[in-house]
Design a protein around this ligand. Structure first.
Ligand SMILES: O=C(O)c1ccccc1N[C@@H]1O[C@H](COP(=O)(O)O)[C@@H](O)[C@H]1O
Length: 211
C-alpha cells in the first residue's frame, strides 16, 4: 500500500485531523529560504513534533546551507526524518550517521539521481522551483518518475501538484513508495482542508498499481 505524507502544518488542530485521517507522516517546514505560507520557526516545529503520537513519523522539511546546519536543525526539532532541499549528494552522504532518516528532495531531471540514491534513505521527487523549494503545486512528468522508481533501489516519494483529484492516477502511474502533498489539501495558505486531507489519504491508499 502506498504511504502518505502530508506536509506544511502550521497548527495543532490541522495536525490532529491529519493523524485521524490516517497519514503515515507529517511534514513540518522550517528553516527554508523561500517565501511560503507553510513555513514555521524551528522552535514551533519542535513544539508541534512533540504533539504527534507514536507510529506517525515526523519529517522536518528544511533548506540548510550545509551539513552542520542540518545537524543543528535535527537536534533542535528531533524529527524521525529530515527532508533536505539543496544539498549535494556528498553532503547528503555525510548525514548518514545523523539521528534521523535523510530524504533528499530532487527534481526528476537531475543528472545525479544515482548519487543521491546511494547517499539518502529515500528520494522525494518533486517539481522543484528555481530557488530549490517545493510546494509549487505543479505536477511533473510522472512517466519519467516511474522510470526513476523502476531503476533505483531506494524508496521514492512522489510530490508536486498532487490533489485528492489526481492522486489515484499518480499512484497507478508511478507506483511510488509514498505520496506527499502540501498545497493540494489546503483551504488557504498554510491551513489544511480536513475533508480534502481525508479524501487524499483514502484515494492514495485505495489506488492499486496494475503490474
Ligand atoms: O510547501 C512548501 O512551501 C515548501 C517550501 C520549501 C521546501 C519544500 C516545500 N514543500 C514540499 O513540496 C512538496 C510538494 O508540494 P505541493 O503539494 O506541490 O504543494 C511538499 O509536500 C513538501 O514536501
Amino acid at each position: 500500500m502506498t504511504r502518505v505524507k502530508v506536509c506544511g502544518f502550521t497548527d495543532e488542530a490541522d495536525l490532529a485531523a491529519a493523524v485521524s485521517a490516517g497519514v503515515d507522516a507529517v511534514g513540518l517546514i522550517a528553516g527554508v529560504t523561500v517565501e511560503t505560507p507553510r513555513g514555521i520557526p524551528l522552535a514551533e516545529a519542535s513544539r508541534l513534533a512533540e504533539t504527534v503520537p507514536p507510529l506517525v513519523s515526523t519529517v522536518l522539511v528544511t533548506m540548510p546551507a550545509d551539513v552542520a546546519e542540518t545537524r543543528d536543525r535535527i537536534e533542535q526539532v528531533g524529527p524521525d526524518a529530515v527532508q533536505v532541499h539543496g544539498l549535494d549528494p556528498e553532503a547528503v552522504a555525510t548525514l548518514g550517521d545523523a539521528p534521523a532518516d535523510v530524504i533528499a528532495a530532487v527534481d526528476p531531471t537531475d543528472t545525479d539521481l544515482n548519487a543521491y540514491a546511494e547517499a539518502a534513505d529515500a528520494l522525494l521527487v518533486d517539481s522543484i522551483d528555481a530557488e530549490g523549494g517545493g510546494g509549487t503545486g505543479e505536477t511533473h512528468d510522472w512517466e519519467r518518475t516511474r522510470e526513476i522508481v523502476d531503476s533505483l533501489d531506494v524508496p521514492v516519494i512522489l510530490a508536486g501538484g498532487l490533489t485528492p483529484g489526481n492522486v489515484a492516477e499518480a499512484v497507478e502511474t508511478v507506483d511510488p513508495f509514498a505520496v506527499d502533498v502540501a498545497s493540494g489539501v489546503e483551504r488557504e495558505g498554510g491551513r489544511k482542508d480536513h475533508d480534502a486531507v481525508e479524501q487524499f489519504v483514502e484515494r492514495a491508499t485505495r489506488a492499486r498499481v496494475v503490474p
